[in-house]
Design a protein around this ligand. Structure first.
Ligand SMILES: [Zn+2]
Length: 198
């Protein structure tokens, strides 16, 4: 078995890995023998440094296990330019992996640099700030993400959730009073739960 750089067992939405380490998370080959034969074949390609073949299998033939191995090699080598090149070509899996790597390795400035090209990187940047305890910076990035047509609604909803989480009820109340229905609904929900727990 090839040794990987990062462990894969502490998964959550932001700090986990979606593809890295996930080749045989589910039974995709039907039998344990077939799965280990696949793992051996991938080990051999990696050991031989045959990335051209890995790419061909992963990208031309759509072999998921080969894709996982390819991005594992890139992640372990910290090859963010190569991951970005795949993401730029429209591969959402490579984009998710790039974000997960930058988040996990706490690279705020690099994540910020990705926002220029990938609008949804801002959601990752916001979460990294929040994880670092930089609450205002995280909320500001969520507010900025609200202007993005594709991610605006989820960013808005997430910002309200975080404001409530950090006890900033006055801000949510002001939003609700200004006619923000999401804020009003979340606030009512929050207050109901508060009543119940008292
Ligand atoms: Zn496989």
């Amino acid at each position: 078995m090839s040794q990987r750089r990062y462990c894969v067992d502490d998964a959550d939405q932001w700090a986990g890995w979606s593809y890295y380490g996930a080749a045989h998370r589910y039974d995709v080959h039907g039998t344990p023998e077939a799965a280990s034969a696949c793992a051996r074949a991938m080990d051999q390609l990696e050991a031989a440094g045959d990335e051209a073949r890995l790419r061909e299998l992963a990208l031309a033939d759509g072999d998921r296990c080969a894709f996982v191995r390819l991005i594992e090699v890139m992640v372990d080598g910290d090859r963010i330019d190569d991951l970005r090149a795949l993401a730029r070509g429209g591969d959402d899996r490579a984009f998710a992996t790039l974000m997960e790597l930058l988040f996990r390795t706490d690279r705020v400035e690099q994540l910020r640099a990705e926002v220029g090209e990938f609008a949804s990187a801002r959601l990752w940047l916001a979460q990294l700030h929040l994880r670092r305890g930089e609450v205002d910076a995280g909320l500001a990035e969520l507010a900025a993400a609200e202007l993005d047509p594709e991610h605006g609604r989820s960013a808005h909803s997430e910002r309200i959730a975080q404001l409530l989480r950090f006890g900033r009820l006055a801000e949510v109340r002001a939003m609700a009073e200004a006619g923000d229905r999401v804020a009003a609904r979340r606030l009512r929900q929050f207050e109901r739960e508060l009543d119940r727990s008292q």
